[in-house]
Write a protein that binds this ligand. Structure first.
Ligand SMILES: O=P(O)(O)OC[C@H]1O[C@](O)(CO)[C@@H](O)[C@@H]1O
Length: 428
């Protein structure tokens, strides 16, 4: 299970402040369990773990296998919660270089013309053997009308129709709401395959629905173990959520103390995208009514050489959350070098995991001495089960923490403002 250690950060908070925050966290958890808080119609992310739908998992898993066998390229076309969860899990659990399945690419997550133009050109290029690439597109949009996704999908659809004619529909899978939205109209017209995003699950809580699970399955990751990892976390925290209550209370007390930034930092580059998923999950949930701790993401030690200076000595407005993997997942070691001309022989015989661990311990020491409260969230190992547990851990933390701020964790009214202004400027 996930281990959460708040001991370093706790020293920054007075007992009475912590106890006040702890009461709020307890009430917040009751609201989640009893569906009595604002936005409680959006608690489907808990229901789907309370009552797993094995048939749906099976269906997604077998389509994932089918696409793995047939596709050269699989494109995840979505933005925000409609791609961040899939990317987080895929990046965490896939090899960095090469793979024995389709190449997984992303589209619809911005409006960058150069990216899309180059993607379309890349897709058009035949394979080395001269045959056309076998491309599958999974367009994912709960509303079915998000501009970034819709625009990219229009371009991709045109390309697939040009390449495969009538057969293009076979290459498109849509993940959207049961009813409504422009995507559902297209599905009806064109006969695309469809997966449903439950009405009671918001985008940023949807990674364990077909939104995340289909791309994750196509990447060759065992979605059943991932999903049941989350189920085990759900069951365990229904029994005893002490760790999460402490963490939420601590974060609330830190919020009250005036800190405004939480740097989600990992020393494992595989987990950078997971930080991106946490950033949306917390950011869209807590950042309302002038409240919240701005979640940002860093990969150490890389970013110790960019924002490390600020974290150590800049304005004291920060806390940090380290996402840690306990079990080494690489055996790479430093060899002894004849002559020691680079003077690194003092590290000979040590693994990169050991060196990286010392970098983390040293950073923990330095940053906490620099007045940065640090929370440490650890996974025993980097595998499907633990990532599933971590997903639910952060979903539940978000619910508890944001309710304890007296904010609705399940809406995002502020996102509409940029859309309105953009559509006006575009003459919609
Ligand atoms: O799945 P959709 O409806 O395209 O939305 C994508 C993302 O956009 C938002 O609605 C914000 O506009 C996010 O909450 C969501 O994850």
């Amino acid at each position: 299970m996930i281990n959460c250690d708040i001991s370093i950060a706790r020293k920054f908070i007075q007992d009475d402040e912590y106890l006040k925050a702890r009461k709020k966290a307890d009430t917040a958890l009751d609201h989640l369990k009893n569906k009595t808080g604002p936005g409680s119609e959006w608690l489907g992310w808990r229901d789907l773990l309370a009552d797993p739908n094995d048939a749906e998992l099976e269906k997604i898993g077998s389509l994932g296998e089918e696409i793995r066998a047939k596709a050269d390229v699989f494109i995840v076309c979505g933005i925000g919660g409609s791609y961040l969860g899939a990317k987080a899990v895929i990046d965490a659990l896939s090899p960095h270089f090469g793979s024995n399945g389709p190449e997984i690419l992303y589209a619809g997550h911005h409006i960058g013309g150069k990216y899309l133009e180059q993607l379309l050109n890349y897709l058009k290029q035949p394979k080395e053997n001269g045959e056309p690439k076998r491309i599958y597109v999974n367009v994912i949009s709960k509303s079915g009308s998000t501009l970034e996704t819709a625009l990219a999908f229009r371009m991709l659809r045109e390309l697939l129709e040009e390449m495969y004619g009538e057969g293009a529909s076979e290459h498109i899978i849509c993940t959207t709401s049961k009813e409504g939205g422009l995507l559902n109209k297209l599905i009806e017209q064109k006969g695309y395959r469809k997966f449903i995003i439950p009405d009671n699950v918001g985008g940023r809580y949807s990674v364990l629905t077909p939104v995340g699970l289909l791309p994750i399955a196509v990447a060759g990751i065992d979605i059943r173990t991932l999903f049941y990892g989350a189920v085990s976390a759900y069951n365990s925290y229904e029994e005893n959520a002490e760790d999460l209550l402490e963490y939420a209370a601590l974060r609330n007390a830190i919020h009250e103390s005036g800190k405004t930034i939480d740097v989600f930092a990992t020393f494992e580059p595989e987990l950078t995208s997971l930080g991106g998923w946490i950033q949306q999950l917390l950011g869209e949930s807590e950042g309302k009514e002038g409240k919240g701790i701005f979640p940002t993401v860093a990969t150490f030690s890389t970013d110790l050489h960019s924002i490390g200076q600020f974290i150590q000595q800049g304005k004291r407005s920060l806390m940090e959350t380290f996402i840690i993997v306990e079990k080494p997942f690489s055996k790479l070691q430093v060899n002894k070098l004849e002559g020691n001309d680079d003077e690194l022989n003092y590290l000979a015989g040590k693994s990169f995991h050991e060196i990286n661990t010392k970098a983390r311990e040293g950073t923990t020491e330095a940053h906490s001495e620099g007045d940065v409260p640090i929370v440490r969230v650890s996974l025993p190992a980097l595998n499907e089960e633990n990532i599933g547990q971590l997903i639910y851990f952060f979903e539940l933390l978000t619910g508890i923490f944001v309710y304890s701020l007296e904010v609705n964790p399940f809406n995002q009214p502020g996102v509409e403002d940029y859309k309105k202004a953009m559509y006006r400027l575009l003459g919609k």
